[in-house]
Write a protein that binds this ligand. Sequence first.
Ligand code: ATP
Length: 249
Amino acid sequence: MSATEGHPEAVRFDGASKKYGERLALEPLTLRVAPGEIFALVGPNGAGKTTAIGLLTGLLAPTTGRVMVFGLDVSSDPLAVKRRLGLVPDRPWIWPKWTPREALRFTGAVFGMAGPALEERIETELEAFSLGDAADRRAETLSHGTRQKAALAQAFLHDPDLFVLDEPMVGLDPAAQRSLAGRLRERTAEGAAVLFTTHHLSLAEEIADRTGVLGEGRLLAAGDPRDLAGPRGMRGRLSEVFFGLTERS
Ligand code: ATP
């Protein structure tokens, strides 16, 4: 089933919060992302971005509230949710002895893909991420950016309805960044949704339909990154209002 035939909400945080011990890392978060939308989550170090992604992907359980993906509760329906997700975590990991092609075969098998169709699709992803020469080299011999491309190729392989990408541009060269942005736009035009984190405010302005600004575990603003409402009547581009939102007076 494609995202467009699915639920009207790709992502729904319903008052989802997270405590690590006594530390409240994420205050109750309410947020929606629609199919076809690219949503960027930005915020200073420690703001709670990776924690929110952990809740969205089921890697963390919410302390309060719930998180839904296409109408499925991430806590009670984790496998059905994972089938629809393409995830690149903050520290993507490929078994060091595997090549990107082998890692893609493994991912394909996990998602029930097999045979010539899988091999063909792997070739498409290797090409899309310019992994050509690196495709058959062990991950331990590859540069950081090349391993990041392999992780992204894995996320795209099964045509997920929701991409969840923690700092996806880190380590990518400018050509790879441009190509990733283009591919995400293609997939959202087909109805997929994207939630990604970034420290690059200009990137959020360029490719996100909406942006959420987190500060100290709180959603401080959400909206069009080219026209975001800030504190004290401030309004403008994300890069103009970000510091007003996140710097403590
Ligand atoms: P960054 O931009 O540095 O990646 P972030 O916005 O992704 O930061 P999180 O990693 O979600 O932030 O962290 C939010 C808060 O939760 C921080 O104060 C962090 O120290 C704390 N935290 C994160 N993981 C744990 C953990 N496993 N145990 C205790 N505290 C944690």
